[in-house]
Write a protein of this length. Structure first.
Length: 235
């Protein structure tokens, strides 16, 4: 497709892969459902067809050999899970995109071990499509200018060497290009940056991938909606 937002399955948060491994080993038969809710009055219904196109594109993606090698180098993932990832593909048939009460509605249903990797890229897709429509005049240079201004204020205030910063911006990012530019600039000029939750960026930039687990693991009841897709950037 033209100008895809997600081009790698590694473009997700590290904690998703961490939790997916736990599900793979301990809860392989658990079935879950997930729903997207827009927590504002903004109408996103016009994004439906574009979201569907991107979902189908994501179904064509596979973890590449160098990406599996990278994950293996982290010494976090067991060999059987890495073998599973090397064959893994997202299934677009698990995702239903519709309009309900005039608003964009997304429902995901399937094995937890598969569904778990839909959340983060779907939120990134929705946010970027929305921002392309609402702010077509803004891009990387504007984001970097705002970042440099904020960093100047922090420097003037004398930030502490004991302050540690980790990027967790994937699901709420303005765009993939802006996200990469921001983390790259922080890595170059802002020593408190200690890592990123985004595995693809961590691999590209040589940063530690940071992440543990989320509320998704707090309940293990079948048919419980384990993933609440809520783009906070739209609040």
């Amino acid at each position: 497709m033209h100008n895809p937002i997600i081009t790698s399955l590694l473009d997700t948060d590290a904690y998703k892969l961490n939790m997916q491994q736990a599900v793979f080993h301990h809860y392989p038969d658990v079935h879950v459902s997930a729903d997207f809710y827009c927590r504002s009055d903004e109408n996103l219904a016009y994004l439906r067809d574009q979201v569907i196109d991107h979902i189908h594109h994501m179904g064509t993606l596979r973890f590449q050999a160098d990406e599996i090698d990278y994950l293996a180098s982290l010494d976090l993932y067991q060999a059987d899970f890495l073998t599973y990832l090397s064959r893994f593909q997202l299934n677009p048939q698990q995702v239903t995109v519709s309009i309900e009460d005039g608003q964009l509605a997304i429902h995901i249903d399937g094995p937890w071990c598969e569904v778990i990797l839909w959340e983060v890229p779907l939120l990134a897709i929705i946010c970027e499509l929305r921002n392309r429509a609402c702010y077509p005049e803004y891009g990387v240079n504007d984001a970097l200018a705002r970042l440099d201004d904020k960093l100047a204020h922090l420097a003037a205030d004398g930030y502490s060497d004991n302050f540690h910063l980790v990027d967790f911006g994937t699901r709420r990012r303005f765009s993939r290009d802006v996200h990469q530019a921001i983390v790259t600039r922080l890595q170059a000029v802002y020593p408190p940056l200690k890592g990123t939750s985004n595995c693809w960026l961590a691999k590209q930039l040589g940063l530690p991938p940071v992440g543990t687990q989320a509320h998704e693991c707090s309940r293990l009841t079948n048919n419980w909606p384990a993933i609440w897709l809520t783009p906070n950037s739209l609040l």
